[in-house]
Design a protein around this ligand. Structure first.
Ligand SMILES: *Cc1c(COP(=O)(O)O)cnc(C)c1O
Length: 430
């Protein structure tokens, strides 16, 4: 089959996510036949360097031999089993390993099957924690420019107007504080303080994306903000939820972004990299104190009765265990340091271009923000198309180009990703 035939068939039946389908009258959808390592290949044997880890999920390359072998083993044993009343070894192994590698007070693991669900669970639990003690705390605080997912609760704590505005009337009540990625740290902390004071005893939790607001155009801030926020939450007696769905598992240079601040959140949401880009799975890590607030005789009514059909799927858990094996046996965090440095060095030259406003980087995330383009021009789309012709797949967010490669990228692939993008951005000036 050709790319064109598959695309025609696709458009007959499928409504794609985060897409305007009319775009595809002109813009080809690319049917991918195969993935191996850093590359994905279409039905006409064009191969593309996957510089965004397939929506930020892939860590060790497509069709990774080690992960594949672990999936084969697991499928032969058990594909799925109900997770209420039953349990299984892959989930037990995974939970105990996650407790070991996450910050110190995160000692219990609740499973779900995608990032947005993990956020919903953290929000519901933080509300119910107080409800179980007879307090009604109905407000959640998040940051401006944040993104926490697409389900109604997750959308309510997000601040990406493009995805949210139309639903405003039907969303739960939240307040957004100024983001340290957009204003100075002091200003952001002062704003947070005044919000926490204004709504004292009505707030259950503050949810944030540590260090990088990814969907919010890869805006970045310093670990020191997290430390100060931790202190504020402690003073107010409210929970801090770290949404590490995008930044967890080495993305920011450390295993978890909060590690750079030396803090421990009360909840931590993990997904995306958790399965190295293979399977939908998510977890909410929490403290024993939170766990205990739900622990009672069944008829007391303090139970947390949330569930999803595919919660703690065995294959997904086996994959996540394989991902953790690779981190350990291949010393990934340390090996990434050299790659992070190479990206830093190589992207420096973008700063000289007249159409570049800023180059920013946190670990394995590097963003190049352009200037001088109206949003209606959809310059990102043009850059995507030009780079793709050269075999490099990037997916700019508006005027912001970013690199978020899988950790299997070689030096040569890092150079190719940056050099080709540079030529495309430079070419816009002609
Ligand atoms: C992707 C993402 C989510 C949502 O995860 P899904 O699996 O897409 O529902 C939530 N928070 C952050 C920070 C994300 O990047």
């Amino acid at each position: 089959m050709t790319n064109q035939q598959l695309m025609d068939e696709d458009l007959k039946y499928i409504f794609h996510p985060c897409s305007q389908m009319k775009d595809h009258e002109k813009l080809p959808l690319i049917p991918i036949k195969k993935g191996k390592g850093s590359h994905i290949t279409d039905f006409e044997d064009n191969s593309y360097l996957d510089c965004i880890s397939s929506w930020w999920v892939n860590l060790f390359g497509h069709s990774n031999d080690y992960i594949n072998s672990k999936i084969r083993d697991q499928i032969e044993e058990l594909e799925h089993v109900i997770f209420a009343g039953f349990t299984h070894k892959p989930a037990i192994d995974l939970a105990s390993r996650l407790v070991k590698i996450t910050p110190k007070y995160l000692d219990k693991v609740f499973f779900a099957d995608n990032g947005s669900s993990a956020v919903e669970i953290a929000l519901k639990m933080s509300f119910q924690y107080f409800a179980n003690r007879g307090e009604r705390r109905t407000i959640f605080v998040s940051l401006q420019n944040s993104y926490h997912g697409e389900t109604m609760g997750a959308l309510a704590v997000s601040d990406t107007g493009l995805y949210k505005d139309i639903y405003t009337d039907i969303l739960i009540k939240t307040v957004q504080a100024k983001s340290p990625a957009l204003v100075s740290e002091d200003e952001a902390i002062e704003d947070m303080k005044s919000i926490l004071k204004e709504h004292r005893y009505k707030i259950s939790s503050v949810i944030i994306e540590p260090l990088v607001q990814c969907a919010g155009s890869m805006k970045m801030y310093n670990p020191s903000y997290l430390k100060r926020l931790r202190t504020l939450c402690d003073e107010e007696g409210i929970f801090l939820i770290a949404d590490e769905i995008a930044v967890g598992f080495g993305r920011t240079g450390t295993m978890f972004a909060v590690d750079q601040a030396g803090i421990s959140p009360d909840f931590m949401c993990l997904s995306k990299g958790l399965t190295g880009g293979y399977m939908p799975l998510s977890v909410v890590m929490m403290t024993d104190e939170i766990y205990d607030a739900f622990y009672c005789d069944y008829n007391e009514g303090r139970s947390f009765l949330d569930s999803h059909s595919y919660t703690g799927n065995t294959i997904a858990c086996a994959v996540a265990n394989a991902v953790l094996d690779i981190f350990e046996k291949d010393n990934i965090i340390e090996k990434n340091l050299k790659k992070i440095e190479l990206i830093r060095k190589k992207t420096d030259k973008f700063r000289e271009l007249e159409n570049v406003l800023e180059v920013r980087q946190t670990g394995m995330i590097c963003a190049i923000e352009l200037k001088g383009y109206d949003t209606k021009e959809r310059i990102g789309l043009k850059i995507f198309q030009e780079a793709l012709k050269e075999g490099v797949y990037i997916r700019p967010l508006g005027n912001v180009i970013y690199f978020m490669p899988p950790y299997c990228f070689t030096k040569k692939e890092i150079k190719q990703m940056i050099d080709i993008t540079y030529l495309v951005v430079q070419g816009l000036l002609k």
